[in-house]
Ligand binder design. Structure first.
Ligand code: ZN
Length: 602
């Protein structure tokens, strides 16, 4: 979807007159609606009472604009500074800088006194999905000035109004055209086109690094990440989920709290306020909703997956794209208020769940899974919206046309079955030179020790077979390979780093360091040196070397001759033949297809 719109903007940058006219035409349409979206479902609810009167001194920018537009970063900052100046409960802090140098801001709402546990809410990680920002501004006003300060009796609220600020400031009506408002929205990714909600584990973006720092500093009771959905039309307006909904979470106690306590309480509050919540239905096939929704494990590249790995209860809010912005913002307000209340009520329970998870020592990491052949359950009366199809002259195939008519149907839930998992070793050994890896281990708070004298150990060493570089993605060139493990003696020089699995972040360390993990540094392409060609030397030296080996090593001679017969391309390639001898004459190429991180087995 986003590639498609990247093409559109290329078109708009074309200097040709015709393209200029097209762009102008688009601009005229923008004042109304960028695209014809399907019919709106009628809605009203108690939460509408949260909107203040037009002449209210503390009206938020979105309320003042009747939720047609959303304020820019500078306006948000100014508004929050004014609010904080009027209330002793609010303070504004910077927790880092974006790639373009903007201050990453959070507001802390606190009654002071003894340090209270924190509920951390972030808006705009995908900056066009900005409902959380405008809801948070309203909620902060009502906490600070309108009698809702009791929400802070047992918890502090830390609110990040815009996480992906650089993307947020690239406002365009062409960003997120599937969302019914606001009129112009920010981009999904940051200024280097890195999607921050794929970056938690590899931590390449300055925004990610700042957020991980904030998470470690606050260690929140609850982490809420506000988004808006894509997918199919449906009646639900506010949906939310957690990593591994169902049985797929990596850490059970925090997951059980989310499913058993958070979900039901928040859903009840939303229903009472006139909204239609459900667990986020991640579609198997948006073109055919009845194929079902997916429950699956999640990797630590995502906020929710990362939260699961570090045992911080984390909620993904996915408001429904086709609901008007006003309705979505109000729903988010209700959800955030309910989240603060349940976190306050359950502060001790959550703390206990986190401690249980952090004391657990999972022995295995699930690395691959596949859909179950049969549904693992059903939503008996899924609240969908009817559609028909028509032959689109644009696509040349049948496309969906959502009709704005509520229907219910039986929705299958597709689960996952494990297809590969790895047994955690006792520790991983990282060479001192792997600075990028060590930097990220430090950032994530993964404990390690550095040896001061060399050691020789029997270690599980991993070689790559048939590595393949994939399409560049998220600022990296990811790779896949088959991995062959073999135990061998290895000299570990002074400065080598030992990362023990026996630590609260052991499972996160496994996700980053086990080569088979889909979120490992290896999978993200952190070790291009493994694929660099072996060094060579002059042909006259190599030819003499090969001739000597042929004369003195009969077994090697036989292997060579067999290879010549079997591989005509090799036989016809003088340089490949010489390289073959060089590889066999000395210690070989220590980097070639050799994963630099070794595993100390139990
Ligand atoms: Zn999103």
């Amino acid at each position: 979807m986003f590639e498609r719109f990247a093409m559109t903007s290329t078109l708009c940058r074309t200097t040709a007159l015709v393209a200029g006219l097209i762009c102008l035409g688009f601009t005229n349409v923008l004042a109304q609606n960028i695209l014809d979206l399907p019919p709106t479902l009628p809605w009203s609810g108690h939460s509408e009472r949260l909107i203040v009167k037009p002449d209210d001194k503390w009206i938020t920018p979105a309320e003042a604009a009747d939720f047609k537009t959303t304020p820019r970063y500078a306006e948000v900052k100014t508004w929050l500074e004014r609010l904080a100046a009027a209330s002793p409960l609010l303070t504004i802090h910077s927790f880092g800088r974006t790639g373009e140098g903007r201050d990453l801001l959070y507001v802390r709402a606190s009654k002071g006194g003894a340090t209270k546990p924190v509920v951390l809410v972030q808006a705009g990680i995908h900056s066009g999905e900005i409902d959380g920002k405008d809801a948070g501004l309203m909620l902060l006003r009502d906490i600070a000035l309108r009698g809702k300060d009791h929400l802070l009796d047992r918890v502090d609220l830390v609110f990040v109004p815009i996480y992906n600020i650089d993307g947020h400031e690239q406002l365009s009506a062409w960003n997120y055209p599937h969302l019914r408002g606001p009129a112009e929205k920010g981009r999904d990714s940051n200024a280097r086109n890195i999607n921050l909600n794929r970056d938690y584990s590899k931590a390449d973006a300055p925004e990610t690094r700042a957020m991980i720092g904030l998470l470690r500093e606050l260690d929140p009771l609850l982490y809420v990440d506000c988004h808006v959905s894509e997918g199919f039309d449906m009646q639900y307006d506010v949906t939310f989920t957690y990593a591994g909904w169902g049985t797929y979470a990596r850490h059970r106690a925090t997951a059980d709290w989310l499913q058993g306590r958070f979900g039901p309480t928040v859903a009840q509050a939303l229903t009472k306020a006139g909204h239609t919540p459900t667990i986020y239905p991640s579609p198997i096939d948006t073109r055919e909703p009845t194929k079902g929704i997916r429950y699956s494990p999640e990797g630590p590249r995502y906020s929710t997956g990362y939260g699961d790995f570090i045992s911080v209860p984390t909620v993904l809010v996915e408001n429904h794209m086709l609901k008007p912005y006003r309705q979505r913002v109000l729903g988010t307000y209700v959800l955030l208020e309910a989240a603060l209340k349940i976190a306050a009520t359950d502060a001790d329970r959550i703390a206990a769940a986190k401690a249980t998870d952090r004391a657990s020592r999972p022995s295995d990491l699930l690395t691959r899974w596949a859909p179950t052949p049969q549904p693992i359950g059903w939503v008996e009366r899924f609240k969908g919206v009817a559609f028909d199809t028509y032959l689109s002259p644009a696509s040349g195939r049948l496309e969906q046309r959502w009709l704005g008519r509520p229907i219910t149907f039986r929705m299958p839930i597709i689960g996952q079955q494990p297809t590969e998992s790895v047994r955690l070793p006792k520790a991983w050994w990282v060479p001192a030179a792997q600075a990028e890896v060590l930097d990220r281990l430090r950032l994530h708070g993964i404990a390690f020790e550095t040896i001061e004298t060399p050691q020789t150990l029997q270690l599980d060493q991993v070689r790559l077979v048939e590595p393949k570089l994939l399409q560049p993605n998220e600022g990296r060139v990811p790779m896949t390979a088959t991995f062959v493990h073999a135990v061998g003696e290895q000299l570990l020089p002074a400065g080598s780093v030992r990362v023990p699995a026996d630590q609260p972040n052991g499972l996160l360390a496994a996700a980053l360091l086990e080569p088979e993990s889909q979120d490992s540094f290896l999978a993200w392409g952190f070790f291009p040196e493994m694929l660099a060609p072996a060094p060579s030397t002059d042909a006259f030296v190599l030819a003499a070397l090969g001739e000597r080996l042929l004369a003195t090593d009969p077994a090697l001679k036989a292997t060579f001759e067999a290879k010549l017969r079997a591989e005509p391309a090799f036989a016809a390639d003088p340089n490949a033949r010489l390289a073959w001898f060089y590889e066999r004459a000395g210690p070989g190429h220590p980097y070639w297809l050799q994963y630099p991180i070794a595993r100390e087995l139990n």
